[in-house]
Ligand binder design. Structure first.
Ligand code: FE2
Length: 606
């Protein structure tokens, strides 16, 4: 724990520099809080280019220091997002479960032998100052509450597992967070959803979004069966019916009993989807929403407030979030956009700030998440000038740039839109995005063919001008982080972003927090009377979202998107050097190392 004398030694008014870290399970991240203000945050995967990288976030840490112009000696405290003692006790318990498979035993032993967080902080970061450890779900709770702008709120955290709890009920008031109740591992709503995700042939921790997207195609025919998986009641507790799950003893999430219950063999990954899979996905979503609604009603009883804060991986289920807001007892809902474990880093930093200063971090609602590395004009110009690529230079002429891009969007082009600081969290919100005209019915298939290569059933999301949202969507409040769904107005025809059930996962774009993107939408609206664009993340399938200029170029070259805006510069597919296309064709034949191949190409051309 931190020596309080250490704080007293600091000069009056000097702001504390607190680093927050999450690592080790999936989606490692690092952030920097300065004087109670979040000034930098990024996931390690964006630098390492390993999707959902769980490695200790050394590169993200270096980025945070660089962004603020700090050295390691300027760091006052490093806060880690979970308590290794609690986690260790759970891991030891898991190692003692009877009938453990050999693979499961080995995995448990590997986890026990891994370096402990403080050791990693000292050895890998070279840091010898104070280190604060906190509880995994307290980090989740803090990551939502302290950034919600609420003076008080009920707090619900729900995930797969961290240390022991999987669900917590709490209350935030001023600077303090109080936990009122918790549900412990192995009883986990996250694992309930993940087990069915796995049964449906999708990857755990990655495919849950796909299952949510698949659900509206199906009918809730398996609700009765799936209700048998979770014993729940009116209070806060619930229990998994463990005979249907295998994650305690085996390397798979579900048991043979679950297969028997649903009556069909599990779907093989990448195999064809049929109505059975759609019906199971729909039933899963229905049962999850039932349980969450029941639990938020209980939370309202024990934490009476009009405000609800949510975090943990399950809070990324934006369909459930909509239901909670619509049918639940709370008037206002805040979901922290990096609600999964990456966001634990910002919760840990905020908690350390409270412990060290006795005060809450700056209590403004998180207005944006542009907390990652910047794409600077000079760097982009240097890279592009040194290459043989032809590019347009719009420096000092943003109006012209916007008009040029809108011309191309109206003409049906798919645009890579990359500028400013990168988003923190899983969604692209207009800094590292692929954009297209949402009115065009062919756009979903076209983007999939050009770059995303993802399952055809998955919907794309819309970005809409903040001031025009009610023209197109049944939404009466801002949704800047794409964290809830709503209905597209029946008279509005936006086929590229409207899901089969008439819903869309909307991002509202405000000129104050997202000025260039807002100007683009305004110009598109002026030209077309439509204030909406399709907005999807800028990445190839299976890869993290792009971060740097070089990542943007690699993705542009390997994909077939029509136009790339990077900073104030624009490249057109029709004008890229033939050698780039050739290299892209060669590397596209080998998924592994394809990005590296292009990387070498880009560097060779410099
Ligand atoms: Fe978690």
């Amino acid at each position: 724990m931190v020596n309080q004398d250490f704080i007293r030694l600091r000069k009056n008014n000097e702001q504390l520099n607190i680093i927050g870290i999450s690592a080790g399970y999936h989606d490692s991240a690092c952030c920097l809080m300065q004087g109670g203000v979040l000034t930098a945050a990024a996931q390690e995967e964006r630098f390492s280019r390993v999707k959902q990288d769980k490695a200790f976030p050394r590169q993200a840490f270096r980025y945070c220091l660089r962004q603020a112009g700090l050295t390691i000696s300027d760091v006052d405290c490093i806060a880690y997002y979970e308590d290794p003692c609690q986690k260790l006790s759970r891991q030891i318990w898991m190692g003692l479960v009877p009938n453990l498979s050999a693979a499961r035993r080995e995995a448990t032993l590997d986890r026990l032998a891994a370096p402990q967080p403080e050791q990693a902080i000292r050895q890998l970061l070279g840091y010898d100052g104070p280190v604060e450890m906190t509880d995994h779900h307290l980090s989740h709770a803090a990551s939502s509450y302290y950034f919600s702008g609420f003076e008080e709120a009920a707090i619900l955290t729900v995930d797969g597992v961290g240390d022991w709890p999987t669900t917590t009920y709490g209350m935030g008031q001023g600077a303090q967070i109080q936990r009122l109740e918790q549900v412990n591992f192995p009883h986990s709503l996250g694992f309930f959803y993940s087990a069915i995700t796995s049964y449906l042939g999708f990857e755990v921790n990655e495919g849950e979004y796909k299952v949510m997207g698949l659900a509206p195609y199906g009918k809730p025919l398996y609700v009765d069966q799936l209700r048998q998986l979770v014993d729940t009641g009116p209070g806060g507790q619930f229990r998994l019916n463990l005979k249907y799950f295998a994650f305690l003893t085996e390397d798979r999430m579900y048991s043979d009993e679950l297969i028997g219950l649903l009556g069909q063999t599990p779907r093989q990954p990448e195999s064809e989807l049929n109505s059975f899979h759609e019906d199971v996905a729909r039933s899963l979503q229905v049962v999850l929403e039932e349980i969450l609604l029941q639990k938020v009603r209980y939370l309202k009883e024990i934490a009476p407030s009009e405000n609800l804060c949510m975090a943990g991986g399950v809070a990324l289920n934006c369909v459930a979030n909509r239901r909670i807001l619509k049918d639940g007892p709370f008037k206002r809902l805040f979901v922290q956009p990096a609600a999964g474990d990456a966001g634990g880093a910002i919760g840990a930093a905020a908690l350390a700030h409270v412990r060290l200063t006795g005060e809450a971090p700056v209590r403004e609602r998180l207005a944006h998440v542009f907390l990652g590395p910047d794409i600077s004009g000079s760097e982009a110009h240097q890279i592009l000038s040194a290459s043989s690529a032809k590019f347009r230079d719009f420096r000092g002429n943003e109006e012209e740039l916007i008009r040029f891009v809108v011309d191309r969007l109206v003409a049906g082009d798919v645009v890579g839109w990359c500028h400013g600081r990168m988003e923190f969290g899983p969604r692209s919100l207009g800094a590292r995005s692929i954009l297209a005209d949402a009115r065009r019915p062919e756009m979903r298939d076209r983007i999939n063919a050009l770059v995303k290569m993802r399952e055809a059933f998955r919907p794309f999301a819309p970005a809409v001008l903040h001031s025009k949202v009610e023209l197109n969507f049944e939404l009466d409040h801002p949704s800047p982080f794409m964290l809830e769904t709503c209905a597209v107005k029946p008279e509005i025809d936006l086929p590229a972003i409207t899901h089969v059930d008439g819903s869309a996962r909307v991002q509202t774009v405000h000129p104050e927090t997202n000025p260039r993107f807002a100007r683009l939408l305004e110009e598109f609206y002026r030209r077309t009377n439509c204030p909406v664009l399709l907005n999807t993340s800028f990445n190839m399938r299976g890869e993290p979202i792009i971060c740097s200029i070089v990542d943007a170029l690699k993705c542009f070259i390997r994909s077939k998107i029509d136009l790339l805006m990077v900073g104030d510069f624009v490249l057109e597919r029709s004008e890229i050097p033939p050698l780039w296309n050739l290299q892209a064709a060669v590397t596209a034949t080998s998924e592994e190392g394809a990005g590296e191949g292009i990387g070498h190409l880009v560097y060779t051309l410099l």
